[in-house]
Design a protein around this ligand. Structure first.
Ligand code: GAR
Length: 191
């Protein structure tokens, strides 16, 4: 199962996927390319480290969504990598029907809350400020509804007494780093 990862940030989840692959824990999945909409994103530095192509793709003309010319550039680049699965790992843009149609049923997303609670930006901060006692992370299929597609799996994180936003974020990220590779491995075995 050929996997393409799209990300905008640090790339810690892409790194967790690649480490799982190196450890033989990614099932029949194999990461074939990394792409980012941010030229200086940490995720792009993983390419040389893991011997993979990693490219910035200009997402213009929009600021927060991927549509129009930028979407067409992403579709062409991702399509060239011939993915069976497209993983949004911290890809901070709303994907639109063009990309969804190009890779229909093949796109999954990681979100740092227990959906359907706290969709959108800053899921960890939203949950922390709301004062929930349990939060976590979700991997779901991507549809036109933002953070609304079918839930594939979730992991829970308890909010401890005295928890700060920083300590909670670290716990949610650790849960993500275990959950996302496990879901990819499982999907690869189901094909
Ligand atoms: C992760 O916490 C992921 O859940 C979140 O961005 C972070 C990326 O971290 N995604 C979203 O909030 C999507 N709405 P990373 O770049 O270190 O993998």
């Amino acid at each position: 199962m050929r996997v393409v990862i799209l990300g905008s940030g640090r790339g810690s989840n892409a790194e967790a996927i690649l480490q799982a692959q190196q450890a033989g824990q990614l099932g029949r999945a194999r990461v074939v390319a990394l792409f980012s909409d941010k030229p200086d994103a940490g995720i792009l530095a993983l390419g040389p480290r893991f011997g993979l192509p990693a490219s910035y793709i200009d997402p213009a003309p929009f600021k927060t969504k991927l549509e129009g010319e930028g979407e067409a550039r992403f579709i062409a680049a991702v399509r060239a990598a011939q993915p069976d699965l497209v993983v949004l790992a911290g890809f901070m843009r709303v994907v639109k029907p063009g990309l969804l149609a190009a890779f229909a049923g093949k796109i999954i997303n990681l979100h740092p809350s227990l959906l359907p609670s706290f969709p959108g930006l800053d899921g960890i901060g939203q949950a922390f400020r709301r004062g929930v006692k349990v939060t976590g992370c979700t991997v779901h299929g991507v549809t036109a509804e933002v953070d609304g597609g079918p839930i594939l799996d979730q992991a829970t994180v308890r909010v401890a007494p005295g928890e700060t936003l920083e300590t909670l974020a670290a716990k949610v990220h650790a849960a993500e780093h275990a959950l996302l590779p496990a879901v990819i491995a499982r999907l690869s075995e189901m094909r």
